[in-house]
Design a protein around this ligand. Structure first.
Ligand code: MSP
Length: 526
């Protein structure tokens, strides 16, 4: 029987500057979901990539004194290196300068023209280059004549342009937003789309430009280049080989979830489905617009007293700490403030204290009292079984939360179980049991229960953290085989084999001196 499939995408990022922790946020989230689904035995396609055309890239390359192609080629190396550093395991990496993508977008535009979804006209209005977005004077007026999305200055532009009949799809889009299974999540974002765009009525949109040329040329009128958003949105199907090589497309389309930041919901939930309707293709199953990571004084930028460079953060704290923090700190749909202090505090409390100490205490007591391995003679009590049952419940909760992309709540549930294990140590007092030989059968059961729970925890954290589960298993002498690493094994108590391989290793996460570290970071940024 063929496996169930799961297709998840991130936005394709503009390579106009180095990516920061905000871009890493979406990508790590998608990676966690992809890892989770692989563990649940899905055939997964996880797509990310780069949005390489458009006026912004052209200007940035000019300012750097290189051709746009040379510029994006260099950025592709950095971006792929960043995903490698963050242990992001994608299945596809699309670049919109890929020849297949270019041809496919031309074929799409040609088809839309042939069926009269695209017509010739002329555009006069406002344009935000950083957002690559057109705005009407009335939309701009409501935002003090600045870009309603980013608040930046707008440029006046008047140019011949082809238009896409977005207005024709108004009713079908409205129906899509009203269907029972939500098309857009969180619900607040769906309401924004309905109230701000669908209810006032959609206008046709300009889909070609003539004032610069770094883009895909319009096949039937090559002085025009295709508007970068039409080019970019198409990536989700061209990366699967649409239209010429349909093997992957037939297998994975429609996408299970487009993961995006909330600011690009308009493009994904209105323009993209309308294009797909015009192409007579199935629509995405779900679009999830997560919130922003903000700095305490607003938008993210390097000059604001926080390190937001993911490369530097990973080098300082390790990849698992960063992945954990990104997905744990802020509920996925909401905005949240990123600060180095919050990161360090989470590392200390959740990772070094709660998880790290649980492992080191368990391993140390095992090595000390039972250097030959846990004896078979173990005296089990109700508290042990209760802890195991709570692990079953934790697993159920994680599975439920993951379906809704509730990463922080999944991690919260796992950390609640870690907390219960630590409490179990306080209650069972293994250090007291160790003193009396006749209590050793009871001690063996306590240590077995802890090690077995850590084994299950190691599995549950695997979508989020990549090396920590291996380190936990290494210290407890658990083999790296499917029997102990597969998702299902987190649902079974009693798989741990109390063999003699336990070793007390170095701490999973060394504690950080908060004051010293903040001072060091300040120095680094000055
Ligand atoms: N190229 C377009 C997307 C085209 S998709 C068909 C684009 N690129 S971008 O480089 O500006 O990336 C925007 C995305 O990066 C956001 O939607 C979000 O996924 C992520 N983020 C960038 N900054 C972020 C924060 N400060 N916080 C959270 N996510 C952030 O838009």
């Amino acid at each position: 029987m063929s496996k169930k499939t799961y297709y998840i995408s991130t936005p394709i990022y503009y390579p106009s500057g180095q990516l920061h922790i905000g871009h890493s946020y979406t990508t790590v989230a998608a990676d966690a979901m992809a890892r989770y689904k692989r563990m649940r035995d899905y055939d997964v396609f996880f797509l990310t990539g780069m949005d390489e055309h458009g006026q912004k890239i052209q200007r940035t390359a000019e300012a750097a004194g290189v051709s746009p192609q040379a510029f994006v080629d260099a950025m592709a190396v950095d971006i792929k290196a960043l995903w490698e550093l963050l242990d992001v395991r994608y299945d596809g990496f699309i670049r919109t300068t890929d020849p297949h993508h270019v041809q496919a977008v031309q074929a799409i535009v040609q088809r839309l023209k042939d069926q009269d979804d695209i017509y010739e006209g002329s555009y006069e209005g406002l344009y935000c280059t950083p957002c690559e977005a057109f705005w009407t004077p009335s939309q701009a007026a409501e935002a003090n004549n600045r870009c309603p999305d980013c608040g930046g200055p707008l440029e006046h532009t008047k140019e011949p342009s082809y238009f896409f009949r977005l207005s024709k799809y108004q009713d079908r889009l409205m129906e899509l937003f009203k269907r029972e299974v939500p098309f857009v999540l969180p619900a607040s974002r769906a309401n924004e789309m309905i109230n701000n765009f669908l209810k006032p009525g959609l206008d046709d949109i300009a889909v070609t430009r003539t004032t610069f040329d770094w883009g895909i040329h319009v096949p039937f009128d090559p002085k025009h280049v295709i508007y970068v958003w039409i080019d970019a949105l198409s990536n989700y199907i061209t990366a699967l080989g649409y239209p010429d090589e349909p093997a992957l497309f037939d297998k994975f389309w429609p996408v299970d979830v487009h993961l995006i930041g909330k600011e690009i919901m308009r493009f994904h939930s209105l323009i993209w489905p309308a294009l797909l309707m015009a192409l007579d293709l199935p629509l995405p199953k779900r679009i999830f617009g997560h919130g922003w990571l903000l700095l305490k004084d607003g938008k993210m930028s390097k000059s604001k007293g926080n390190v937001v460079d993911p490369v530097l953060l990973v080098k300082r704290y390790g990849v698992d700490a960063i992945r954990y923090f990104l997905l744990r700190e802020v509920p996925f749909g909401a905005d949240g403030v990123f600060s180095n202090q919050a990161l360090i505090e989470r590392i200390n409390s959740d990772l070094a204290n709660d998880l790290g100490n649980l492992l080191s205490r368990t391993a140390a007591m095992m090595v000390k009292t039972f250097p030959e391995g846990l004896p078979e003679d173990r005296l089990t009590e109700d508290v042990d079984r209760e802890l195991d049952q709570l692990a079953d419940k934790t697993l159920e909760e994680v599975e439920r939360r993951m379906e809704d992309l509730e990463f922080s709540l999944s991690l919260e549930a796992i950390w609640a179980q870690i907390g219960r294990c630590n409490k179990y140590i306080d209650v069972t007092m293994p250090w007291v049991l160790a003193k009396n030989e006749e209590d050793h059968p009871r001690l063996a059961a306590v240590l077995y229960t802890l090690a077995d729970n850590l084994r299950r925890i190691a599995v549950m954290i695997s979508p989020f953290m990549t090396s920590t589960p291996v380190l936990i298993r290494g210290q407890l002498g658990i083999p790296e085989t499917d029997e102990f690493t597969a998702w299902e094994s987190a649902g079974q108590a009693g798989l741990y084999q109390g063999n003699p391989q336990v070793k007390k290793g170095s701490p999973l996460f060394p504690r950080i001196d908060v004051e010293k570290e903040l001072a060091a970071l300040e120095e680094l940024l000055s």
